[in-house]
Design a protein around this ligand. Structure first.
Ligand code: ZN
Length: 247
């Protein structure tokens, strides 16, 4: 009899892209899902904020706040947002239900799970919404969590930093890797709804605790449909165009 391995699904940066979100749901429907984690930015950019919040709320309560969630809820100002992002925040804040606005407002900045810290941007100062791109950024972040693993999103760029016992940090580019007990990890799971690593397919991660394995999955979805909705909603057309490029 085959053993059924449990999976933890890790999502980030859905950004109101319902088609990408649904494609990801379908992709992991064959797994025995034990838990779903979400690293924030449920809304912003695309045209289905209410549907995405509703769907996520039905899946999990393990969700941290992203900068777009906070901006839409009125908790963060949009002065450091680019004009397109700001327009999407204002559009979203104007159409979501009061319940969903309260839901976004109630999201925590971090969540601690056994062996894992969840945060949208950085473990150092979550509410500054800084980015982790370089080895130096990663080195700084490793000082600010005690768990073996810190899971992040925010850059929309999937990448894994591993730190050995000497403190040396390396990047793991493989789409599947196994956690070593001797190492600590800073894992960016990429973006479901607006990838920026040149691959337009939705990104998410399947973690199998029994095997200590992480797998980055990429899933095609109906990008044209999402683009049509963005344009029809009157959102900036740049937000539609970039989805096809994955940039
Ligand atoms: Zn984001």
């Amino acid at each position: 009899r085959a053993t059924i391995i449990m999976s933890i699904i890790i999502l980030s940066d859905i950004h109101s892209n319902l088609e990408a979100f649904q494609a990801v749901l379908k992709d992991f429907s064959r797994e025995r899902v034990d838990q779903v984690l979400c690293l924030g930015d449920v809304v912003g950019y695309a045209a289905d904020p209410d549907q995405c919040i509703e769907t996520l709320h039905g899946l999990t309560s393990d969700v941290v706040a992203g900068n777009h969630d906070w901006a839409v809820a009125g908790l963060a100002d949009t002065s450091c947002f680019n004009p397109e992002a700001r327009a999407a925040v204002e559009w979203t804040a104007g159409i979501i239900t009061a319940d969903h606005s309260a839901y976004l407002k109630g999201l925590p900045l971090t969540l601690c799970l056994p062996g894992m810290l969840l945060v949208h941007a950085t473990p150092c100062q979550p509410e500054s919404w800084d980015y982790i791109f370089s080895l130096d950024d990663a080195a700084m972040s490793f000082h600010h969590f005690d768990q073996q693993v810190c899971l992040t999103g925010h850059s929309h760029y999937p990448i894994v930093f591993a730190q050995d016992t000497e403190g040396t940090i390396s990047v793991i580019w493989d789409s599947t890797f196994t956690l070593l007990e001797s190492h600590r990890y800073l894992i960016n799971v990429g973006s479901v709804g607006q990838p920026r690593d040149g691959d337009p397919r939705a990104a998410y991660v399947i973690y199998k605790p029994e095997e200590a394995s992480f797998t980055l999955r990429r899933v095609s979805y109906d990008i044209k449909r999402t683009q049509r909705k963005i344009v029809a909603a009157g959102l900036p057309t740049f937000l539609a165009a970039r989805l096809a490029e994955g940039r």
